[in-house]
Design a protein around this ligand. Structure first.
Ligand SMILES: CC(C)(COP(=O)(O)OP(=O)(O)OC[C@H]1O[C@@H](n2cnc3c(N)ncnc32)[C@H](O)[C@@H]1OP(=O)(O)O)[C@@H](O)C(=O)NCCC(=O)NCCS
Length: 183
């Protein structure tokens, strides 16, 4: 499903979703990948989420709060299956995780990096009140450290700016792993 989403997009997505080109994976490898996500989540290292259709019958995408930008900062990433693109799911998921980042996790900054040519992706932080901070030249790297010729547009939202943004007003119920209501 994800490979289909990426193959049908442009080659310039490769720096953003390098792992997607390894799909489809054998079932065992997928189980290991998901176990890894779960383990990282429980250890507080990285927070990867699936996005489901509203009736929860279908996995339609993925998102996450990523810790790679350092202490007190989360970066949000997202992808949506092509069959469900343009329905607002990535925007809604990003708004929800922005609320979680500030209101549950207490970070100081949320960041989103996108390809300058990826119009739907650029539209998401713009719609949610993130500030466009600049363009990093040739800043993306493959998982093995190989530089990829890709620029990144960096968007940031600070704790002090969050109140009053469209992201802050998204309806959200959040629960911890034990099922306790957080928001
Ligand atoms: C980018 C992506 C996540 C968007 O997901 P989505 O659920 O379709 O996004 P949404 O529906 O929430 O919002 C997309 C916005 O982009 C806008 N948009 C779509 N195509 C556009 C275009 N060519 N030019 C400008 N805006 C465009 C839509 O109109 C929408 O804004 P609106 O709600 O104001 O109309 C999805 O296309 C995807 O998974 N792409 C492949 C992976 C990827 O690029 N991930 C991001 C890496 S940085």
């Amino acid at each position: 499903m994800l490979k289909e989403a990426v193959d049908s997009s442009l080659e310039h997505l490769r720096p953003w979703l390098p792992w997607a080109h390894e799909l489809p994976m054998p079932l065992e490898a997928t189980v290991e990948l998901l176990r890894g996500f779960r383990g990282q989540f429980d250890l507080g290292q990285e927070f990867v989420y699936a996005i489901f259709s509203p009736d929860e019958s279908e996995a339609i995408g993925g998102t996450g709060l990523h810790t790679r930008r350092g202490e007190g900062v989360f970066e949000i990433g997202y992808w949506i299956h092509t069959s469900r693109a343009g329905e607002g799911f990535a925007t809604e998921a990003t708004a929800a995780l922005t609320r979680v980042a500030f209101e549950v996790c207490g970070v100081e900054r949320v960041e989103i990096r996108t390809d300058p040519e990826n119009a739907p992706s650029l539209a998401i932080p713009r719609k949610l009140g993130f500030v466009e901070e600049g363009r990093l030249r040739n800043a993306a790297h493959g998982r093995d450290g190989t530089p990829l010729r890709a620029d990144s547009v960096v968007f940031g939202l600070l704790r002090a700016e969050f109140t009053g943004t469209p992201a802050a007003s998204v309806a959200l119920e959040a629960f911890d792993a034990a099922g306790r209501r957080l928001l």
